[in-house]
Design a protein around this ligand. Sequence first.
Ligand SMILES: [Zn+2]
Length: 313
Amino acid sequence: MKIVDGHCDALTKLYQNGKLEFNQDVLELDVSIPKLQQAGVKVQCFAIYLPESIPNPSFEHVLQMVDIFHRKIISHPQMKFIRTVSDWLDMEQKQEIGAILTLEGMDALAGNLTNLRILDYLGVRCAGLTWNYANWAADGVMEQRKGGFTKKGKLMLKEIETMGIIVDVSHLSVAGFWELVEVYQKPFIASHSNAYQLCPHPRNLSDDQIKAIIQCKGIMGITFVPYFLENLKVQVEISAILKHIDHICALGGESHIGFGSDFDGIEQWVKDLRHVGHYGNIIEALCKNYTESQVEAFLYGNWRNFMLRNLPQ
Ligand SMILES: [Zn+2]
């Protein structure tokens, strides 16, 4: 079965450690070519996430990560850079694994919309507005004051609507989320968030937020971060992922569920889900509870439908 994974931080690890190679099966990388092949992952999103260890993140750092994406990931003949609908359809005809470049948090754009346009030209196709804290555009979920968008952030939302970049609300504050729903006209995603109702972590989404994603015909990427799945559990199991899927289905979201693992961004893992090569264990669990066509949709079809509607032609 084919799989789309909507979020990983492998690019950050490749950026931080020049010795890592994406085509080698090493313990340090949860996502690598051998592991993607092991599971049958057909499309992987790669986030440009500037680690907190960079004291003054700038646009220069973002461009350095675009460079690493090309040199370390796309350069391998097994990989194909997906920027358009035709890239996607082309990739499906071949044995290639698609790679989508995404941005996690707009902090380093420093409020300069030219920088955002440059990322559009460079093929960035999804953009998270914030990480956990406030930036020039909006507040993140962990920001104490719990604000929404700044004036500049609202201008940015108008501008990004005209670009080939899909808005990602994972990490965005609750106030920001609802301001976005009010003004933003296009479908948006939460690339790696779960249901707050089942696991009350600020990074998760309330039922009303999930319904808003369903209503805009967006996608919610179920994530494998153990403490976004089940609170107060030492060892979280795959069954917890299924509970979140059941919950979103009950809200009417069956066609809006995808996965966004957050592999390489986590230091704790769900049991039997140590890396991207282990997707087979989720498939096995899903197949016991859902029909084959439902499982296919969660793993691939829902993300595919969304991308074919929202990527540039
Ligand atoms: Zn994240």
